[in-house]
Write a protein that binds this ligand. Structure first.
Ligand SMILES: *[C@@H]1O[C@H](CO)[C@@H](O)[C@H](O)[C@H]1NC(C)=O
Ligand SMILES: *[C@@H]1O[C@H](CO)[C@@H](O)[C@H](O)[C@H]1NC(C)=O
Ligand SMILES: *[C@@H]1O[C@H](CO)[C@@H](O)[C@H](O)[C@H]1NC(C)=O
Length: 481
């Protein structure tokens, strides 16, 4: 079934000259014909499992005995703080080997939100323990990084130093400088997002491991206070990060953290503070995107879910209405916000609007869900090719990812692997690549990271959206119309 849908699509594309496609594409409503639905259950289910496998391939530290990635081993075992603190564990940010707190934390919060909202999807796949382990791999690391009340390590490894190395993380031989925030060098965005990650994850451990949930909540409260009392942008404290992962503002992270703390602790003072930050930082304005450093749309939807108040419902509606109806698209119908992480941007909006669609009176739930399906279908192959490594029709084979570009050991691995124009020998299952450009063009070349980069945060909203769609399918099957 799946294959025949692809064959039809491919035949159509082959039979049409590129010029003809471009011309037709000018009629914006014609994108529906290109984005062919792939409806089977097994697609969302299988890809959701694979996307969790991608996170497993990104693990740093001493791996668990049940590690499923045969080509990965222990790494980064000497990662230490300034005073020798153990900073092993956590996840590598992308195809490189920096452990980068800000995106690791926003990834964690999004993965947790998806699992908190749609646990049946994970349960149905037998993946609830897998997502819990994935979250715990990050939160155990954040707890290590939170060495005292107002000190948080936010980065291990320096981007410039790290980028001189191409090879296996197990053979990484670069120096691993560490960077932290403290009261003299604050980072309300980083501390706030880490607090949100810990608080949201605590919800998934509340019943299965209440002690761990309490521990997460304790660290989340302290980090929120640190963020609130000592204000600043983390990239002014951790300067090397600015050129790669600039933060823009911290008001959204303060509101985000407080809202998650309310959801996790039931204490109304946190809701009051979230609402205060919302007003104070003017978070009602309609954002253009939902991204690791732009969380306003997430705050709007979460506050709408938590309070049901008109103000937040309207804000969420304005964002989803705009994204679904007016945001720029590629000729084949993909939401187009930025050329870096095209697919991540589209999947993040799909995720947010699936969240919005689950609550009463936030716009048109059917419209938002159709939109989400369409964006995810584009990613899975609806526009002619899959953008998920190791899955579907013609998937990317050269993700910009050092570890997976290495041959089996003991063959050496280095820059010649970076330069080799051939598929990565190790398949990085479940990784969503950055994606096509605004004309739906894609270069499956390792060095073209604008197209082939993979990162923790690129996969996060995507994983969540798959869970949301899977849960809808399960519901539709349980209550057929
Ligand atoms: C690190 O390893 C690479 C490749 O394995 C090698 O070329 C380089 O000389 C090593 N650098 C150091 C500082 O040992
Ligand atoms: C918050 O309230 C919910 C629902 O009543 C409850 O299940 C949960 O255990 C509470 N959480 C805490 C930390 O008290
Ligand atoms: C969003 O769309 C709905 C459904 O068409 C419409 O009723 C509503 O007024 C719109 N809301 C905003 C804030 O744009």
């Amino acid at each position: 079934m799946k294959a025949s849908a692809f064959v039809t699509c491919v035949t159509f594309l082959v039979a049409t000259t590129p010029a003809a496609i471009d011309k037709r594409a000018i009629v914006t409503s014609s994108y529906h014909r290109y984005v062919r639905p792939i409806e089977e259950d097994s697609d969302y289910a299988r890809v959701l499992e694979l996307s969790l496998l991608f996170y497993e391939a990104q693990r740093s530290g001493k791996l668990a005995p049940d590690n499923r990635i045969a080509w990965r081993g222990d790494s980064g075992l000497d990662d230490r703080g300034d005073d020798g603190e153990d900073l092993t564990g956590g996840y590598y940010d992308a195809g490189d080997f920096v452990k980068f707190g800000f995106t690791m934390a926003s990834t964690t919060t999004l993965l947790a939100w998806g699992a908190v909202s749609w646990p049946e999807a994970y349960a149905r796949l037998g993946q609830l323990d897998v997502i819990r382990e994935a979250l715990k791999w990050a939160t155990d690391y954040f707890i290590k990084c939170h060495v005292s009340e107002n000190v948080l390590y936010g980065q291990v490894g320096d981007f410039t130093v790290d980028h001189a190395f191409w090879g296996r993380p197990e053979e990484l031989n670069t120096s691993r400088p560490v960077f932290k925030i403290d009261p003299e060098h604050p980072g309300s965005d980083l501390a706030g997002e880490t607090s949100a990650a810990l608080a949201s994850t605590s919800l998934l451990f509340r019943t299965v491991d209440p002690d761990y949930a309490d521990k997460l909540l304790r660290h989340a409260r302290e980090l929120y206070n640190f963020a609130k009392v000592h204000r600043g942008l983390y990239h002014e404290a951790i300067r090397g990060a600015a050129q790669y992962y600039e933060s823009t503002d911290y008001g959204d992270e303060l509101a985000w953290a407080a809202a998650w703390l309310f959801k996790a602790s039931n204490e109304t003072k946190y809701l009051d503070e979230a609402e205060h930050h919302y007003q104070h930082f003017h978070l009602r304005e309609r954002p253009n995107e939902f991204f690791y450093n732009k969380k306003v749309a997430g705050v709007q939807v979460l506050l709408a879910q938590l309070t049901g108040q008109q103000e937040y419902r309207n804000a969420a509606k304005a964002f989803c209405n705009f994204s679904v109806r007016q945001q720029k698209r590629t000729p084949k119908g993909l939401l187009y916000i930025d050329k870096f992480g095209t697919l991540c941007h589209a999947a993040n909006v799909a995720f947010i609007c699936l969240q919005a669609a689950d609550y009463p009176d936030i716009g048109d739930p059917q419209e938002y869900r159709e939109f989400a399906k369409q964006q995810i279908h584009y990613i899975l192959g609806g526009a002619g090719r899959s953008y998920v490594v190791g899955w579907g029709h013609n998937p990317p084979t050269q993700p910009h990812h050092a570890a997976s570009s290495c041959p089996d050991k003991p063959t050496a691995c280095g820059w010649s692997e970076f330069d080799r124009n051939a598929p990565n020998p190790q398949v990085l299952y479940g990784a969503l690549v950055s994606g096509p450009d605004e004309a739906d063009r894609f270069h499956d070349r390792r060095e073209d990271y604008v197209y082939t980069e993979v990162t923790l945060d690129y996969n996060a909203g995507f994983t969540g959206a798959l869970a949301g769609l899977l849960q809808l399918q399960a519901k539709a099957q349980a209550h057929p119309r």
